[in-house]
Write a protein that binds this ligand. Structure first.
Ligand code: CAO
Length: 356
């Protein structure tokens, strides 16, 4: 007798997309084997992939869904007929069975079967809980990495004059030296580049409708390193804030994150994110885009270098940057031009203008 396997209760989600089908007609499935993967999606939230398992065992008779179909609770996924025919290797799942068959014809069967070892088979280990923020970030990172085709453009920016200017900043009233880090200038420079290249201040979270959302605001996300894990609060309306104001706000939001006093909403609704390793070290890395943004700016530690400048080799302060972008809508030339604009905004004549 045929058994119908239907979409289970998926909360208040409806018309969700089938993104993967893991069985075909004639396959034998057991209870809890994954049949399809569906994608749950809410505006401003992570997309999450959910596997739908079989509630029965049997042989796939008819598949009722295709990749790209939209399904809701109660929709028929497939029908199963009869009982599963037990494999003579003690019910080995179909995929493993396939690997073994291939292995039998080329390499030794036992090697494939005994592929799983535990870490503790090789020495002493300690198992600890993964920090909660890291666990939450993990699904966000997987979503970004698997949804967005990333490409990264690396560049070096001469910030010699900007650094001289930054180190000369004093409080007008007290005459005390102002502690403003390079990141504040980078936020300003990024806003300037976003104004010139609005594509970088967009989102394509409605890809299926062929729409790009262009944001008219400049909310810059800053990755803050905390003992709980990395958090990315936004500096809102960075275009309307002075260097000092941005510096104060940066300290304030970092503190809030470190003390877990930040509102969850502050992690959403950004233009672009800056990941700064400038206070730590290294030169160049591959930042992962903070979905649903379309680009992320990675900043490494500036160093003094001998470079050919104004017909001479001179010692200059060079800042390495790494721009990752969503290759679905940003091409390599646009990324290079965007970095050129950052170079201008942080360069010889423009650091002063940014400060005004
Ligand atoms: N090049 C050289 N020096 C830099 C620099 C750069 N690009 N950026 C910062 N510095 C210097 C600062 O001037 C400061 O120097 P002093 O101690 O001499 O004043 C020092 O490094 C420390 O700066 P900071 O990190 O405290 O301040 P910031 O404004 O640069 O950064 C914040 C603020 C919140 C981003 C930072 O505290 C932080 O959390 N950084 C880590 C972020 C992180 O882990 N990112 C990972 C992204 S990828 O997963």
């Amino acid at each position: 007798m045929s058994k119908q396997i239907k979409v289970p209760d998926i909360g208040d989600f409806e018309n969700v997309e089938v993104i993967e089908i893991l069985v075909k007609q004639g396959d034998k499935v057991k209870k809890n084997d994954t049949l399809i993967t569906i994608e749950l999606y809410r505006k401003w939230k992570n997309k999450s992939s959910v596997e739908v398992p079989s509630t029965e065992e049997g042989t796939v008779e008819n598949l009722n869904v295709n990749i790209g179909d939209r399904v809701s609770k109660g929709d028929l996924i497939l029908t199963l007929s009869g009982e599963i025919i037990k494999n003579k290797e003690n019910n080995i799942p179909p995929i493993t069975e396939k690997i073994i068959k291939e292995a039998e014809s080329t390499i030794i069967k036992e090697k494939v079967i005994k592929i799983e070892y535990s870490h503790s088979d090789f020495g002493e280990v300690e198992i600890k809980d993964m920090p909660r923020i890291k666990r939450l970030a993990a699904s966000h990172l997987i979503n970004s990495w698997t949804t967005i085709p990333h490409a990264t453009h690396h560049d070096e920016i001469d910030i010699t004059e900007m650094e001289e200017f930054r180190n000369s900043l004093e409080d007008n009233n007290t005459g005390e030296k102002l502690k403003i880090t390079p990141l504040v200038f980078i936020i300003k420079a990024l806003v300037g580049a976003l104004k010139k290249f609005p594509l970088f201040n967009s989102s394509i979270d409605e890809l299926e409708n062929g729409k790009i959302t262009y944001k008219k605001y400049y909310h810059i996300g800053i990755a803050v390193d905390t003992s709980h894990g990395l958090m990315v609060p936004k500096i809102r309306d960075a275009n309307n804030k002075s260097l000092k104001h941005l510096g104060d706000e940066l300290r304030e939001v970092s503190e809030k994150c470190r003390n877990l006093k930040i509102d969850k909403k502050e992690f959403y609704g950004g233009s672009m994110t800056i990941l700064s390793l400038g206070g730590i070290g290294g030169s160049f890395f591959t930042p992962i885009i903070n979905y649903p943004e379309v680009a992320v700016l990675g900043v490494s530690k500036s160093t003094k270098k001998q470079v050919y400048f104004q017909k001479n080799f001179q010692t200059r302060t060079i800042l390495p940057i790494s721009l990752s972008y969503d290759h679905r809508i940003v091409n390599d030339a646009e990324a290079a031009r965007f970095c050129n604009e950052l170079r201008e905004n942080l360069g010889k004549n423009f650091a002063y203008k940014l400060a005004i």
